[in-house]
Ligand binder design. Structure first.
Ligand SMILES: Nc1nc2c(ncn2[C@@H]2O[C@H](COP(=O)(O)OP(=O)(O)OP(=O)(O)O)[C@@H](O)[C@H]2O)c(=O)[nH]1
Length: 511
């Protein structure tokens, strides 16, 4: 086994050849063939070894499924198969060629371990093989940490990527913590799509996540909303397998109840386990998945079991828990699901999902290019505008054939990354929240202004009223004055009988 730090020959796990059984069987055949021995790979000595080379899903719980395709049978084109120098050639040989090719190229498998902090994700990964894939002495502060390892065994190799999510759920506000993982999964798919468009595809980096183990806290009180929410989002994007972490902390009875509870929650919340597996695989693996959610115990330490054997486990006052003992934990089953029975299914089903994402993405890019004609969200040159207007048929995009590539060029990764940010649920929620807050504040201000205006109108009315009253008073006073003048005039005229009106007015003014 080789980790990213270098080869650790002494650590090479004996289990690996068993784990990647299909590959190792093939490697044996190749080795014998290179030594000049003729081996018919489809006439194996034991029925078990024959099944081993078939699709991983056919090997269920260590038993060979008889309904598998008869690899050594008559394919209806017998005369196209022949034997040259002791080696099979022809159509019958194609599956073997394919397997040889797979064995030669190895396989890329990326596993994400998610779940709240301290549930033993790192310990689990380090228990999988006989070496530490993750350095657990250094605690990372980043939300996503990627580890890459090459695991070699029997002439083939596994490029094993691990995505660790340390400190998950430790924030004060965990409403959108799940977004980091979801964004990572989406971004890896998006990035692979764009890498495929590069002229040199030899240096492509494939970090697409094939499986996600979601660690659940062992508890008697159900599961946290954060876990339900996160599993819901993850299950749409990746083959999700929920596992009960630290199962040794629950009694058998508690564990069974907790398993039933989780199954019910998952059913009600419509969370699919391994959502990309097709029905054939799920039918063939029913008996394994009946055990789900798998309860696991992980440990890096070796302890002595009852038989005095040195095994990985945990020692307690009440006894010893062996992590690979199926009576104590589902660790071994999970390990076989991941690296033996379903390794190929994880990779192939993710490939199918990737294809769907890819075609969806290309469609979106074409529609975005069409939108450039009506909106100004993307800047385009006059030449590009002319091309989109005159050359492209957006009603029937298939009709455009290779011309579509011009649109893909316009709507490049930078623009699609921006679109992804705009579709980000946190961004959308924060945007809605900001809009709501803005509306609240502006409504409050409008209410204040209206109140103020109303008060001003009332004040104005009061002033008007006061002015009117003053005017009335003035008028009344004027009338009174006129009356008084008149009276005075009348009095004077009656007193003196002969008074000049001008003199009288003069007298009145003087008084
Ligand atoms: N009882 C019990 N303890 C475990 C088990 N697996 C891990 N632990 C212990 O739990 C502690 C935390 O383990 P880690 O592997 O660091 O947990 P983690 O999920 O990687 O934690 P973060 O990196 O913070 O997310 C360590 O002390 C482990 O020894 C288990 O199956 N049972």
């Amino acid at each position: 086994m080789k980790s990213k730090e270098g080869r650790l020959a002494t650590d090479c796990p004996v289990e690996f050849s068993k784990l990647v059984s299909g590959f190792s069987e093939e490697a044996k055949v190749r080795k014998q063939a290179s030594q000049g021995k003729h081996v018919d790979p489809y006439q194996p000595k034991s029925p078990k070894s024959r099944c081993i080379r078939q699709r991983s899903s056919s090997f269920v719980n260590g038993k060979c499924k008889s309904k598998e395709t008869p690899l050594s049978g008559n394919y209806g084109v017998e005369d196209m198969n022949s034997n040259v120098n002791g080696r099979d050639i022809g159509i019958r040989n194609i599956p073997r060629q394919r397997e040889l090719l797979n064995a030669k190229n190895g396989i890329q498998f990326t596993l994400m371990v998610a779940g709240q902090s301290g549930l033993g994700k790192t310990t689990f990964i380090n228990s999988l093989f006989a070496t530490s894939l993750i350095n657990d002495n250094i605690k990372e502060n980043r939300p996503i940490v990627r580890y890459k390892n090459i695991i070699e065994g029997n002439g083939t190799h596994l490029r094993f990527g691990v995505i660790d999510t340390p400190n998950f759920g430790n924030d004060m506000d965990n409403a959108f913590t799940w977004r980091t993982m979801v964004n990572y999964i989406d971004e890896e798919i998006r990035s692979y799509i764009f890498q495929e468009e590069q002229p040199d595809r030899t240096k492509m980096i494939d970090d697409r996540v094939h499986c996600c183990l979601y660690f659940l806290k062992p508890s008697n009180n159900g599961i946290d909303t954060l876990d339900v929410l996160t599993m819901k989002e993850l299950a749409r994007r990746v083959n999700l397998i929920p596992v009960i972490a630290k199962a040794d902390l629950l009694t058998k009875h508690e564990l069974n109840n907790f398993k039933m509870e989780i199954r019910e929650i998952i059913r009600v919340q419509n969370i699919s386990v391994c959502c990309f597996f097709d029905n054939n695989v799920l039918d063939a693996t029913q008996n394994i998945f009946q055990k789900f959610p798998f309860s696991i115990v992980a440990s890096k330490e070796y302890v002595l079991n009852k038989k005095g054997e040195r095994v990985k486990g945990r020692e307690y006052k009440w006894g010893t828990v062996e992590i690979e003992n199926e009576k104590h934990s589902d660790f071994k089953i999970l390990q076989r699901i991941l690296f033996d029975w379903h390794l190929i299914d994880f990779v192939e089903s993710t490939e199918d999902y990737y294809e769907k994402c890819r075609s969806e993405m290309l469609r979106t890019r074409l529609l975005k290019a069409r939108d450039c004609l009506t909106t100004n969200t993307v800047e385009i040159t006059d030449e590009q505008r002319k091309f989109l207007q005159e050359e492209m048929n957006f009603e029937d995009i298939e009709e455009n054939k290779l011309k579509n590539y011009k649109c893909y060029e316009i709507i490049n990764k930078v623009i699609m990354d921006k679109v992804a940010t705009e579709w980000d649920p946190e961004f959308i929620t924060r945007q809605l929240e900001t809009k709501k807050r803005f509306n609240e504040i502006s409504n409050q201000e409008i209410r204040k202004i209206k109140e103020w205006k109303k008060n001003l109108f009332m004040k104005q009315e009061n002033f008007n009223q006061e002015i009117e009253d003053l005017n009335n008073n003035l008028e009344n006073l004027q009338l009174e004055c006129q009356d008084l003048e008149y009276k005075l005039l009348m009095d004077k005229s009656s007193d003196h009988h002969s008074t000049d009106s001008a003199t009288l007015v003069n007298v009145h003014i003087k008084r």
